[in-house]
Write a protein that binds this ligand. Sequence first.
Ligand code: FAD
Length: 333
Amino acid sequence: MNILSNHNISNSLKINSKCRFFIEINEVTQFENLYKFVNEQKLPVLVIGEGTNIVPKDYFEGVVIKPTFNKVQYNTNDSTVSVGSSVNWHSFVKEMIKNKIYGFENLSLIPGSVGASPIQNIGAYGQEVSNLIARVDCFDYVKNKFLSLSNSDCNFSYRKSSLKDKPYIIFNIDFITNGFKSLNLEYESIQNYIKDNNINLSSISLNRASEIIVDIRNSILPDPIQVPNVGSFFKNPTINKNEINTSKFNLEDLIIWHHDSDTVKVGAARLIQLVKNDLENFNNVSIYSNHALVLVSNGKATQREILSFANNIKDVINETFNISLDIEPTVIN
Ligand SMILES: Cc1cc2nc3c(=O)[nH]c(=O)nc-3n(C[C@H](O)[C@H](O)[C@H](O)COP(=O)(O)OP(=O)(O)OC[C@H]3O[C@@H](n4cnc5c(N)ncnc54)[C@H](O)[C@@H]3O)c2cc1C
């Protein structure tokens, strides 16, 4: 176990950030020593993958742990595949597609690692990773204990799981390889793409479906390598429709999806678009031109500036619509 001091925390917002200790770990036998170190130090701990969904501060007075488990192993006895947490998510999706395994294709091109995927139950285009997970293997660095969690132990819901605030290091995930038998092309933007490009529905293969998702994503989302960002900065809020303030805009101006008998889900991107002119201007952070839910930095923004901008957006949305927005990425305090 190699312990580095004052190490950079690499992150897709390109915030200049360092931590007191940084530890890479690639063997389960090292967890015991890690437990001892973490408990001796009595410092906060942050587990990271590729840093595409964190908002770190300039200096984290704590221990950053980066698991580097990268094995992929097929278990034919129970139709699952065990995947190390540091495997890149999109590379794994491509491997599933190459092996004609359905269910992963709509999650193509989501940045980050396999290990982070259950934390916020990554999702896109009508699919969520919770539909594909059989088990999550973790190490509890507070109790010095291994856990193998079933899908229901993780309490998955929209961009949420019970893993997020737990002291767990996820080192392996078992995914179901026989859960889906066909493509799901129902999502509105996929349907529009098929129509606009005159594609014959029955000609769409698993690989083509993934390419379609990649094309759509590339047309609306910035590449974090070129433009610092963390994807959607806010979750789509679920609220009671009657509570929406309609004094400034009509309900027809909003994007509203039915959720259950009492609540609706509201498109946060449209809310931000509608109030764009009421927002304060910041020097180093702004709203991405092709997608209002994405905040982009010029590479000079600090955590403080990004959060000030995010809080200004939240305040204006609250004043205008009586809707409270939740921040999606992990903010490191
Ligand atoms: C351009 C762009 C588009 C995106 N699009 C989507 C999208 O469509 N849908 C979607 O859901 N998300 C999307 N995201 C968000 C991001 O891709 C996911 O949240 C991804 O799972 C983050 O992976 P990561 O390895 O970078 O995690 P990190 O950013 O390193 O960490 C994220 C969280 O997971 C925890 N964590 C990471 N690894 C582990 C581990 N091994 N054990 C325990 N905890 C861990 C961290 O503590 C942190 O709380 C997008 C991001 C970007 C930049």
